[in-house]
Design a protein around this ligand. Structure first.
Ligand SMILES: [Fe+2]
Ligand SMILES: [Fe+2]
Length: 287
């Protein structure tokens, strides 16, 4: 019998994991009739304005509204990010040209896509019930230079890993927050459980594509990918500061507030475990 490459062993393991954790994709969350006004909708420490002088001037009611709007913004970033991810994953199924397009990997990617679809549904449901809409997509079209297939996939999975590790970092903080309202808590918890498997797949794909790219001496392409990943990470960091949130709250100078929050040292401190975790991982595998 032929020896299976390690990413296929991983795909098989993740299929078993997804099957064990099966759930009804459209009825996973018990949505509260009304939100509790004495519970946060997003962890207070993670509110983008938490360290800003403006926060001192907000009433308790405005702070609560801010937590709801930041939850809507975070879930909207999730939705748009995962939508883009899925639309690029779908053509890879059963194509059998690149790494992870064989039948076993494709089977796992079907679970991946199915789970992302259920996440989008669950997150959008929260936005629609408690805010009436999902925030529009603010992301710019990401640069897509022409690379060898291995480097192209390294960039694709590298970006997904950055997005999913950020979502997971915030999910974990939210799950541990005893003051978070019950529906928000459930949404973060369900999302986090599935994303553990997604990140394992991202890593398997990153490492296999990187190994092949190095064997092929594609060092100038790899250098370009390093820069593109850094740009994407900065974009994800900035996505948590949305001027629409500040405007809806009735604050003036939304764009100025955004710039102030992006440069805030204390805020960078709060997100440091995520950015350091990423830097360590990419250094460890040698990107
Ligand atoms: Fe997801
Ligand atoms: Fe995911």
């Amino acid at each position: 019998m032929r020896h299976k490459p390690s990413f296929q062993v991983m795909a098989q393991k993740l299929i078993t994991g997804s099957e064990k954790k099966k759930y009804d994709p459209f009825n996973r969350v018990d949505y509260q009739e009304t939100l509790n006004s004495d519970r946060w909708q997003f962890p207070e420490e993670l509110l983008s304005l938490y360290n800003s002088p403006v926060y001192e001037e907000l009433s308790d009611e405005q702070r609560w509204r801010l937590s709801l709007l930041e939850a809507i913004n975070f879930f909207s970033v999730n939705i748009h990010g995962e939508q883009a991810l899925v639309s690029a994953m779908e053509p890879r199924l059963y194509r059998d040209k690149r790494v992870g397009e064989d039948p076993v990997s494709s089977q796992y990617m079907q679970h991946f896509i199915h789970e992302e679809n259920s996440h989008t549904y669950m997150l959008a449901e929260y936005c629609l019930r408690y805010h009436g809409s999902v925030f529009p997509d603010r992301s710019f079209a990401v640069a897509q230079p022409k690379f060898s297939p291995e480097v192209d996939d390294l960039l694709y999975y590298g970006r997904i890993y950055i997005l999913e590790s950020y979502l997971g970092f915030i999910n974990q903080k939210a799950i541990k927050d005893p003051d978070l309202d019950t529906t928000a808590h459930q949404v973060h918890e369900h999302h986090f459980m599935d994303e553990v498997r997604h990140k394992a797949w991202d890593k398997a794909m990153i490492e296999e594509n990187l190994r092949r790219a190095k064997d092929m001496n594609l060092s100038s392409e790899l250098q370009a990918v390093r820069e593109l990943l850094a740009t994407y990470q900065e974009y994800i960091y900035q996505s948590s500061c949305n001027p629409a949130v500040y405007r809806t709250l009735g604050l003036e100078n939304g764009m100025e507030l955004r710039s102030e929050v992006i440069d805030c040292r204390k805020r960078k401190e709060v997100l440091r475990p995520w950015s350091e975790g990423l830097a360590n991982y990419y250094a460890e595998i040698g990107i």
